[in-house]
Structures are given as C-alpha cells and as structure tokens.
Write a protein that binds this ligand. Structure first.
Ligand code: GAL
Length: 681
C-alpha cells in the first residue's frame, strides 16, 4: 500500500459534508475533529450538484477552502468522486440514462443512485467529473485516498443494459449453442436462435431461467466494475501514488462480486451496518470483518500470483469505511447503541485487520432523507454521549497504532462465493428459505460462539494454513473448485460440508447421479431426496438438538453416522455423517440439515478439535470475544466484553489502553474492551 497508509496511525473519521453547512460550522468541525483525533474524512461523496451545478460549469471554491482547512488542521481526506448521485441537469438532459426496473418502470430524479451504469452518457459524465477532480486535486496535500463513487450496487434493465448484456454474453459463451446449453433453454421453449432475442431477465410470468439470472448478475458486477476501473485509471493517471478504493456495500441483494473486485482496488473498504440489535449485531460485525479481510487477502495474492496464488508476506490491509456512530437500523425502527457498543464494534473490525474505524457521518444534517441517521456529532451537538464516546475512541485508536503490523491467523477457513449465494436465491429452488449468506453466517456464528478464529476465503485461495475447511452451502462447483477441495483433503486437511454444497455447476445446472454431485466421494455418501422444512418446522436429531430449513435422505457409502433424524419420514436415517476420505488423514463431515445454533456449535467444535484447531483464548469467559493479531515478534490480544457484567480474563502482557502490565489477568468492565500486547514465550 502506498502513501498515507504508512504514516502508522489507525484511521478515525467518516463522511464529512461541508457543503451542507456554512463555513462558520466548518471551523467548529475541525476543532471538534481535533478533539476526537479524527485523521481521515471522506469528502464530496454526494456533492456533484454543488461541484457542477450546470453542465460544464464548476464551483470548486468551497471544496478548495474545505480541503485547505482540513489540511491545515492535519486531517487527511479521502476525496470522493460524486458519481453515485448525478445532478438534476444530468437526468433532464439524458432521460435514457435513468434506470429501468425489472418491471419496466423508469425511475426519476429525486433520491440518489438514480442512473444506469451501462448508459454511455452517464459513463461519460462520470469520467468527466472524475477527470476534472483529478486534474484539480490529485496533488493537493490533503488528499490521501480516492474514494470512487459510493456503494456500487444499483441495477437496470434499459436498452443500453440490454445491448451491453448481449455483448458480455457473446464474450462469455462465444456462440449461441454454448449459451443455450449453459442455460438449458430447451426447457420452456427458451431456445435462442439469434443474439438479438436475448434480453435482460425482466419481470416475467413465472420463474425466470436460473442460468440467465446468474449470468445477468455476473454481467452487472462486471459492468459496475468497468464503471469503477475507468474512473480509477483516470485518477491514477493524474497521480499514481494516491491509492484508489470504493466502499463495498454488503448484502445478498448487491449484484457485485466483491472478491473479483478486490484485485482492482488498492484497498478493500467496506461499509457495515448490522441489521440485528441483539447479540447478533456483534456476530454480524465479526463476519463482515472476516469477509473484508478475506477479500483483501484474495486481491493481494491474486495480484501477486494471478494463476497460482500464494500467501503474501505482508498483512493484506482493509478499512471499515462506514459504520453507525450510534443507531443500528432494524426493520421499522432504529435502535440506539448502548454505551460502549460502538467502540466494541470498531475494535472488532480493527482486531480483524481493519486499518481503522470510520463512520457515516461526521455531523447529523438538519434536513435531507437521512436527517435522523446517527452521526459522530449528533443533532444535540458535541455535548452528547455519542460525541464523548467518539473522543474516547479517537484516544483509544491513537494508543493502538502498533497493532497494524499484526495479521490474524486462523486454523479454519469458510469458503464462500457470491455466485453460489445468488444461485441459491432462485425462486425455483426447493425452498424459499435457502439463503447462502445465512448459511455462511450460521457456520461463522457457531465458530464465533465457540471462540475460534476463522478466515472467509474464496474458492481457489491458498489452503495450506488451514486444518479445517468449511463449505457452507457452497452450491456451485466447477472442476477447479472440486480439485481445490480434493487437494485439501488429500493433503490431510479436514472438511465440513453443509447441505446443497456442490449440487450445481457454474451455470446452476445440477450435477447428476445423486447429490451433492461434486463431493459425494469425498463425503462417502449419496443424497437421494430433499425434504425441505417449513419456516416453523424442525426435526429432532439423535443426541439432542434440532434441524431446520432442510433435511435429506442420505445413503452412506463409507461415511459413519454421527447423528440421525428422530421421527418423521427420515426417522433413524443419517442427519450428520463423518468419513475418512482420500489419501490423507482428514475427516470429512456432512450436515444434511441446518442444526440449531447450540448443536451447530457442538458439531463444529468437534470437527475443529478433530482437526487440531485451537480457540483463540480457551479461558475467555462466555460473552467475551477474543481475537488476536500477531507477527513473529509481537502479538496483540483484543478482548471485547459483550456482557453487562465485569469479566476477568487470564492475560500476560501490557494493556495498551492503560499502559500497565496485566499481572496475570485483565478485568474488563461491563461492555468494555482491552487490547493486550502479549508477552512472547
Ligand atoms: C451507506 C451509505 C451512506 C449512508 C449510510 C446510511 O450505505 O453509503 O451514504 O446512506 O448507508 O446507513
């Protein structure tokens, strides 16, 4: 990583919108920023209409003044290109660049993200404002990072998109026979005899074709990526030393393959807003951070070794670009975070490799659609709990700078890819409850609760460090992925596979001969039939516990039964199996149902123990999360107390937040945190 990241500080800051306030407020802003040790702010994300109020007429005075003020105050800037929200004049002049929904409705100006990323006029206007900003600010001393656009993720079905989709399909499939075979178009009279007959998957009468939907998502991810890379190239051309990124938005509605994008950004940056308000928020935070680290590493080693990825020597860095300073949004209402919770979320990200903790947003606006979104400086002003907590967090981060040298290491990897998740969402699947992200989250939660560190990796990534590889409903499997899994098992690695993994090929066509086609022999079994469960249904498992969402008729062919279904049509049949496979010594486990959380935790702990994996801190009490960042000469243990009682944890080292030796143990206040530089033995 070039430039600013070498200055050794953890980043603290967030989206800053001087254009929403008079200059007098800016001066108060920088004073308050200094109090909170803010050292990086994102400026200009949605400022296009203030930068270019009319076509080709620019107003940079306010931005010049704001950047100078920030620089004079020692605050670095992530300068955004404002292309996520075209100004009113653009939409009026280019109605063809307004997006069209799958139902054929053209959307209109009035919110944000209202553009079609395949429309030539939009792309030209976006390049133009990016190039203009680059020409003016690429050498401004405040600018440490370029922040392209904001949360690429919107989609479109307009004629521009359709033309681009056909071009992409020709590149991917070469000829129509190949496309027809990939999409199995003989089903329901969908055979295409001319490229011109292929449209985007618009709203249709009944289920759409699964291959068509999947390719459209892949195409759209590539289209958005091209919109990003053309801006990146302009910015790089103006000054190659400034890193360029864009902030990933997470969620399975997002048609972006973030792993694929990771090779194109200098820094993986994520926005994270947990949807849960109970302890689920902490679990979601841990998963988001593990995903981000996985993408960063994937990009890192793919760039270094495009064909045979190796593990790079230096830590792959990433940044939490946005999070909520207080409220967490949940369905229908927002929930104000309890005291200390924002810091715990921030440290959970930093413990897992983030270069800092950034927030949306610096100051809560008086108007606009997000006027009630939380901010470091809330409507109340700086005399508020939220601002005091951000001052404390700034102080904490200043004391933790040394941890950036450390890397998280894990014995366990969860393999996940976006396309598998997209494919599981197809309405023609045997259950509408299937959700790839939820499957990943369930496996991750089981490990999190059992205190194991894990990496979330992309199929094809290096496997050598891992004792246990988990495939949580990794639905799609091509030959390369199957070989990758087999190599791990042949080398003595352990494997845990949950239902529906390896059932389909990359076009979402089923591997025939019994499920899960790609992994039957590795697991020593054959699945004959599915028995999906209703949302309120559960099946009993022998030895205790329940299964949810899914169940199957499993025929072992060498595998041993770990537990069976109890009652119902599957009574006495295997629910969970284990098998000694391949030439190695590894055990392969199969879960034909989604166990309840406690049972999942018990099973995955057994698999981890069998594999020789160790929890991060075996003596951490329940409710205390322990994460370690380390390198050969140093080790930092992060402890996050998610309970409402003080907790004691055995530790040996120096508490970085107080500067004192730990004397054998650390006492964490209720909801509190500690970071220990551990004594190396
Ligand atoms: C993010 C977005 C921000 C703001 C925030 C609200 O997804 O990038 O601009 O809208 O959500 O939570």
């Amino acid at each position: 990583m070039v430039g600013m990241w070498d200055d050794g500080r953890l980043c603290h800051g967030g989206d800053y919108n001087p254009e929403q306030w008079p200059p007098a407020t800016w001066r108060e802003d920088v004073d308050l920023m200094r109090r909170a040790r803010i050292n990086l702010v994102t400026v200009g994300v949605f400022a296009w209409s203030r930068l270019e109020p009319a076509p080709g007429r620019y107003d940079f005075d306010w931005l010049d003044e704001a950047l100078d003020l920030l620089h004079d105050s020692g605050i670095r800037v992530a300068l955004a290109t404002p292309t996520a929200s075209p100004p009113p004049w653009f939409s009026l002049a280019h109605p063809d660049a307004l997006p069209v929904t799958a139902d054929g409705v053209r959307l209109h100006h009035g919110s944000r993200d209202t553009y079609c990323a395949a429309a030539p006029s939009y792309r030209a206007a976006a390049r133009s404002i990016a190039a203009t900003l680059a020409a003016r600010y690429a050498h401004h001393p405040a600018v440490a990072l370029w922040h392209v656009h904001n949360e690429y993720g919107t989609t479109c079905h307009c004629p521009h998109t359709e033309t681009a989709f056909r071009r992409w399909l020709i590149d991917r499939h070469g000829d129509l026979d190949t496309l027809n075979t990939a999409w199995a178009t003989s089903f329901w009279s969908q055979h295409y005899a001319d490229w011109a007959y292929v449209s985007t998957p618009r709203a249709t009468q009944y289920h759409a074709n699964p291959g068509h939907l999947l390719d459209f998502r892949r195409f759209w991810s590539d289209t958005l990526l091209a919109a990003y890379t053309e801006q990146r190239d302009l910015l790089k051309a103006a000054n190659p030393t400034i890193p360029v990124t864009t902030n990933y938005v997470l969620g399975d509605w997002v048609p972006v393959d973030h792993a694929r994008w990771a090779t194109e950004v200098d820094l993986v940056a994520i926005d994270h807003y947990p949807s849960a308000v109970d302890g689920g928020a902490e679990e979601q935070t841990a998963l988001a951070a593990d995903l981000a680290r996985g993408w960063a590493r994937h990009g890192h080693h793919r760039r270094a070794h495009p064909t045979t990825p190796d593990r790079p020597a230096t830590p792959a860095t990433w940044l939490l670009m946005e999070s909520a300073a207080s409220q967490i949004h949940t369905t229908g209402r927002s929930h104000t975070k309890e005291p200390g919770r924002t810091a715990r979320h921030s440290l959970s990200h930093i413990a897992r490799g983030s270069l800092g903790a950034m927030f949306f947003q610096w100051r809560a606006p008086a108007g606009g659609a997000e006027r009630f979104h939380s901010a470091l400086v809330p409507h109340t002003g700086p005399d508020s709990r939220t601002f005091r907590e951000s001052v404390r967090l700034g102080d904490t981060l200043a004391r933790l700078a040394e941890v950036t040298a450390g890397e998280v290491t894990a014995d366990i990897a969860l393999a996940w890819d976006a396309a598998s998740s997209w494919a599981l969402r197809h309405p023609g699947m045997p259950s509408t409850l299937l959700d790839g992200h939820a499957e990943l989250a369930a496996a991750h939660r089981a490990l999190w609760r059992a205190g194991y560190a894990c990496d979330v990796i992309v199929p094809g990534d290096p496997l050598d460090p891992y004792r246990l590889l988990v495939l949580p409903a990794l639905y799609l499997a091509d030959d390369t992925t199957v070989d990758w899994v087999r190599t791990h098992v042949d080398a003595g690695g352990h494997l845990l596979v949950s239902y529906l993994s390896g059932v389909a090929d990359p076009h979402a066509r089923i591997h025939l001969g019994g499920y899960p086609g790609a992994y039957r022999d590795l697991l020593g079994l054959r699945v004959e039939e599915f028995h999906p469960l209703a949302a309120d249904e559960q099946v009993l498992l022998s030895g205790g516990g329940t299964g949810h969402i899914w169940s199957e008729t499993v025929h072992p062919h060498g595998a041993d039964t770990v537990c069976t279904y109890v009652g119902g049509v599957l009574d006495g049949r295997p629910a969970v199996t284990r098998h000694r496979a391949g030439t190695g010594t590894g055990t392969t486990w199969y879960l034909s149902t989604r166990p309840d959380d406690n049972t999942y935790r018990r099973l995955i702990t057994e698999a981890a123990r069998t594999a020789g994996a160790h929890p991060v801190h075996p003596d951490a009490p329940p409710g205390v999360e322990a994460i370690r960042r380390a390198h050969p000469q140093a080790s930092w243990l992060f402890l996050l107390n998610h309970t409402d009682r003080p907790q004691r944890v055995p530790t040996d080292g120096v508490d970085l937040l107080t500067g004192t030796p730990t004397d054998g143990q650390t006492t964490l206040p209720a909801g509190g945190t500690a970071v220990i530089r551990e004594r190396l033995r």
